[in-house]
Design a protein around this ligand. Structure first.
Ligand code: ATP
Ligand code: MG
Length: 356
C-alpha cells in the first residue's frame, strides 16, 4: 500500500515523540511491505520562528495533499507573550478548521502493568476500554450569536449552542460504526431534560440506531456521565457527545488510566485527511531532554493505520508491542515505578520497534 503522510512535529516534545512514531511507521512499512512517504511541515512556534506564521500556506497544502497527518504538539513559553495572531495554538486551531475535522476520537485503555498510575482502585478501573467521540466543529464553542453587549445599563453575555441535524447525524453515525467494530454499545451523552439541542440529539441517535441492529444505544445525562466515568468506567464502549460536554468528559477520562503520555487521539475529517496526535501538549518542562514518553504518539500512529488506511492487523501489531514492552517492565520517566527500567524517548521507541 502506498501512502503519503504529512508529519508536523511542532514544538517542544512534539518533535521528540513524533520522531519515535515515524520510526514505528517505517518499521511497519518494512515489515508488511508498504510504501509510506513522509513529508514534513512547519506548525506552531517553530513555524512562527521560521516563517512568521503559525500555519504557513505550505503546511496547509501539504496536509490537504496527503493521506493522513501526524502531529506532535505546539506551544511553549518562548511564544507566550506573542500577540494573538502569532500564537502557536493558532496553528492547531487553523489546521483543524482547514481540514474540517468534525470529530475527535479519544480511546481510553487500561494497561494492567500501569495500574499503580491510576487514581482509581484497580478493581474499578481494570479492563476499562472505551472511546470518547467528541463533536469538534459545532455546538456551544461555535454558535452565533456569541458576545457581550450592554442591556439595561449592565454587561450582558450570550453563547449559543447551535447544531444542524446533519452535524448531529454524521457524528452519531461515526459513533455507531465505531461501536460496530468494538463491543457494540453506544452511550449518547446529552442534557435532554433541559436543552433543546439535546432533544434533537436524542431523536437523531434513535433514528441512526435503527440502521445498526447489532449496536445497543443508551442515553445518559451529562452530569450522570461525569459521575459514572469515575464510579464504573467499565460500563462504557463508545461515548458520543456534543463539543463542550466532550471537552470536559475527555479531560476527565484522560486521568483515569494514568499518564497523559499514554493517550492518543484521532480527528476525523468530513472530506480531507484525518489528523492524529497525542493528547498531551509540548511539555516545556521536559522538552529537549529525551525523556518524554513517545507512546501516545506511537498509538496515534497505530490509529492512523487503522482509521485512515484500514490496516487493522498492522495497528494491532503496534498496540500489542506497546503492551508487551510495558509488561516487560520498561518505562519512561513519567511512568516509572519501583523495579522498572527507565528509558529515554528514543530507547522506548526502539524497544517497541524491536518487540513488533
Ligand atoms: P498544552 O497547553 O500544550 O496542552 P499543558 O500545559 O496542558 O500543555 P502538557 O504539555 O500536556 O501540558 O504537559 C502537562 C504535564 O504532563 C507536564 O508536566 C509534562 O511534562 C507532562 N507530560 C505531558 N506529555 C508527556 C509525555 N509524553 N511524556 C512525559 N510527560 C509528559
Ligand atoms: Mg493541555
Amino acid at each position: 500500500m502506498q501512502k503519503k503522510i504529512a508529519v508536523l512535529p511542532g514544538d517542544g516534545i512534539g518533535t521528540e515523540v513524533t520522531r519515535g512514531a515515524v520510526e514505528i511507521l517505517k518499521a511497519v512499512a518494512d515489515r508488511y511491505g508498504h510504501d509510506f512517504q513522509f513529508e514534513y511541515g512547519l506548525i506552531g512556534g517553530t513555524a512562527i520562528d521560521q516563517t512568521g506564521n503559525p500555519l504557513p500556506e505550505d503546511t496547509i497544502s501539504l496536509c490537504k495533499d496527503s493521506d493522513a497527518v501526524l502531529l506532535g504538539a505546539v506551544g511553549g513559553p518562548k511564544w507566550d507573550s506573542n500577540p494573538s495572531h502569532l500564537r502557536p495554538e493558532k496553528g492547531l486551531l487553523g489546521i483543524r478548521k482547514q481540514l474540517n475535522l468534525y470529530a475527535n476520537l479519544r480511546p481510553i485503555s487500561f494497561y494492567a502493568s500501569l495500574s499503580e498510575a491510576s487514581p482509581l482502585r484497580k478493581e474499578i478501573i481494570q479492563d476499562a476500554d472505551f472511546m470518547i467521540v467528541r463533536e469538534l466543529t459545532g455546538g456551544l464553542y461555535f454558535g452565533k450569536p456569541s458576545g457581550r453587549t450592554m442591556e439595561s445599563g449592565q454587561e450582558t453575555v450570550v453563547d449559543t449552542l447551535l447544531y444542524h441535524r446533519y452535524e448531529i447525524k454524521r457524528i452519531i453515525e461515526l459513533a455507531f460504526s465505531l461501536a460496530e467494530q468494538r463491543r457494540g454499545k453506544v452511550t449518547s451523552v446529552d442534557k435532554a431534560n433541559v436543552l433543546e439541542s439535546s432533544k434533537l440529539w436524542r431523536e437523531v441517535a434513535e433514528e441512526v440506531s435503527k440502521d445498526y441492529p447489532n449496536v445497543a444505544l443508551e442515553h445518559m445525562l451529562v452530569d450522570n456521565a461525569a459521575m459514572q466515568l469515575i464510579r464504573n468506567p467499565r460500563q462504557f464502549d463508545v461515548v458520543v457527545t456534543e463539543n463542550m460536554f466532550g471537552d470536559i468528559l475527555s479531560d476527565e477520562a484522560s486521568v483515569l488510566t494514568g499518564s497523559l503520555g499514554m493517550l492518543p487521539s484521532a480527528s476525523i475529517s468530513s472530506k480531507g485527511p484525518n489528523l492524529y496526535e497525542p493528547i498531551h501538549g509540548s511539555a516545556p518542562d521536559i522538552a529537549g531532554q529525551n525523556k518524554a514518553n513517545p507512546i501516545a504518539a506511537i498509538l496515534s500512529a497505530a490509529s492512523m493505520l487503522r482509521n485512515s488506511f484500514g490496516l487493522e492487523q498492522e495497528a494491532q501489531a503496534v498496540e500489542a508491542a506497546v503492551e508487551a514492552v510495558l509488561e516487560a517492565g520498561f518505562r519512561t520517566a513519567d511512568l516509572s515505578g519501583s523495579g522498572t527500567n527507565t528509558l529515554s524517548t528514543e530507547q522506548m521507541a526502539e524497544e517497541i520497534k524491536i518487540s513488533m
